[in-house]
Design a protein around this ligand. Sequence first.
Ligand SMILES: [Zn+2]
Length: 379
Amino acid sequence: MKEFLSMESGSSLPYYNSKLLHLKILLIVSILVLLVSCAPSIPTIETVLTPTAVIAGETATEPPVQSEPQPKPTIAPFRFVLPTPGAEPISGWRPPLYPVPWAVSTYDHFYFARPIAADNVNWPLADYRYGGVFFAPNIVHTGVDIDADEGTPILAAGAGTVVSADWGLYTEAPGNQRDPYGQAVVLRHDFGYKGQTLYTVYAHMSKIIAVVGQHVETGDVLGLVGATGATTGPHLHFEVRLGENTFYRTYNPELWMAPPQGWGILVGRLTDEDKNLLHQFTVEVRPMPSEVPLRTVKTYAEGAVNSDLYYKENLVLSDLPAGLYKLTFQYKDKWLQYWLDIYPGQVTYFTFTDKDGLKVAAPPVPTLDFLPGTATVTP
Ligand SMILES: [Zn+2]
């Protein structure tokens, strides 16, 4: 277990260090008020507390962003400081991925390989997940960010055709060097899902290598990691779009990228007493036995993010080594805790409702309109 913890050392530090760390964290957090942006949308300048190396997975990551006066929107390039590599240790590792397409249940769709090779960090930054709000109020993150050095090759996550390879993806203005996506490539894949077309987006490239019209296979190099667009730290912003190649039709890439072998995925739907989804609701996930959270994750914010057609989730945490986990969260002034198992290569799905608490179960059987061939097809 110790080995396991040290593998995830960015967030599961030895207990005897934690008090000192908390003090350090408080100090660091209180002085690090940094301007960030990566949001693929009309940028709005806002100050937030940026996660630092030691606070991934700690509760101190809440960005108290609401108190600042709302500045007027601007598309000026601004600075975004990513967490240092310590947040997700560069020396960390993952087992090899399951082959794609990977689907244990009928309704899984881990169709994509990872857009960064396995000899590099190729998993989403813990604190910049899909559906989070990091950059400005009401601007949610429509993809995942993968930390990588400038110049790291960006790989096609699946076979497809290059439909866009330029600046200007968000602003729909080819050549616009002020576009928040920077230099980006979009693939339209050879395969779809439920009768709808699948696209993947690769943003912030330092160099585009793919050309429009080119057909690529999984693993072909599309470009190089950079920091173009609304970012300063080199990283890959990766999106999965379904049905239409638009910012408004993204889905959580953590439900589309094959998991590492032996590891699983936690998926949840958390609702309040009115059966509405809980937004930006904090859940601590810790492997057992451990007193330290592996991750502090939040449910999706309200905005331009979509839940899976089947799971209708508002929380996803991928890349969890199989085993027993404890979930802890505060609901209506009460601290609740639940235990659940993560299985190799599988989704563990849970619901939390005001009435029934947390239940681990398969999602409801899909309705007729979900079945293949009957879903609405968007050109
Ligand atoms: Zn991003």
